[in-house]
Design a protein around this ligand. Structure first.
Ligand SMILES: NC(=O)c1ccc[n+]([C@@H]2O[C@H](COP(=O)([O-])OP(=O)(O)OC[C@H]3O[C@@H](n4cnc5c(N)ncnc54)[C@H](OP(=O)(O)O)[C@@H]3O)[C@@H](O)[C@H]2O)c1
Length: 248
């Protein structure tokens, strides 16, 4: 099967490409790095030719409400239109548990993406998960203030991106199923503690300051809105086990 991976060079996308290969299928990578732009649509038609499904693992690094809504709705609209034109019958998307409830900043874009898919008559599957273990690395990339690492006060039950990728690929090889049962990590953690452990394990130890972010966005992070409801399916790899596999 030819499976298109949008956002193939990203945190999740890299694992999706590996999972596509591991399952014996052929990945087609979409990213600006690969010369295809999901916002302008340039190169999309070509990339989707002969594909069976598209897995959308693209993301914006912006946390502004307007930019996030703009990114996720434009990308979804462009992908769905290109899929229709190319006869690709399955669009597989990922969102975040609680994003629609918080519906602010980055999460507003995810809520808008979910709403766009829900308005489609069919041909899509959507998996909601918690933050990835790799989110700690993404925070370290963004929250450095001189010698100090700033981390939002945040309750999370993170999951390994590799487990999410395997689930997305298994989904893409089947029939469209709409909203799938959500998937969370094995245990609740405190994000600042995870970042401290990540920095120590990767030999970048520095002071970590936990900051309550303002507005609905920050409130949603710290009040448990992003935690999985009781009974949510859980992945296997703990943060500690994932961290043990990271090289300094
Ligand atoms: N990170 C988490 O903890 C987490 C948790 C749950 C769900 N998710 C969801 O998982 C998805 C992937 O997140 P991520 O953290 O893996 O993202 P990421 O690491 O930031 O990767 C984003 C990817 O999108 C590509 N991209 C961005 N703009 C593009 C454009 N205009 N055209 C083509 N490609 C573009 C990037 O490549 P180029 O820059 O080369 O274009 C990159 O490959 C998102 O939907 C996110 O909301 C993430």
């Amino acid at each position: 099967m030819r499976l298109v991976v949008a956002g193939a060079s990203g945190t999740l996308g890299t694992h999706v490409v590996q999972a596509v290969r591991a399952a014996g299928h052929e990945p087609v990578s979409i990213s600006r790095q690969a010369g295809i732009d999901l916002l302008s649509g340039s190169g999309l038609a070509e990339a989707l030719r002969g594909a069976s499904a598209v897995i959308d693992a693209s993301a914006t690094s912006s946390t502004s409400t307007k930019a996030s809504i703009g990114f996720f709705t434009t990308v979804t609209r462009n992908l769905l239109a290109a899929e229709r034109a190319a006869g690709v019958g399955h669009h597989v998307a990922i969102s975040i548990i609680g994003a629609a409830r918080v519906n602010a900043n980055y999460y507003a874009g995810k809520a808008a993406q979910e709403a766009m898919l829900a308005a489609e008559p069919g041909g899509w599957s959507l998996l909601r998960t918690t933050q990835f273990h790799e989110f700690t690395r993404q925070l370290v990339g963004h929250g450095r203030l001189g010698p100090v690492q700033v981390v939002p006060r945040m309750r999370s039950q993170p999951i390994a991106a590799a487990e999410v990728a395997a689930e997305l690929v298994a989904t893409a090889t089947g029939q469209p199923r709409g909203a799938l049962p959500a998937l969370a990590g094995p245990q609740e953690e405190n994000m600042a503690d995870l970042v401290r452990s990540y920095l120590a394990a990767t030999a970048h130890r520095c002071p970590v300051i936990e900051v309550p972010l303002p507005g609905a966005w920050g409130r949603g992070m710290r009040d448990g809105s992003l935690l999985p409801p009781a009974g949510t399916r859980c992945g296997r790899q703990t943060f500690a086990a994932w961290l043990a596999g990271q090289t300094p």
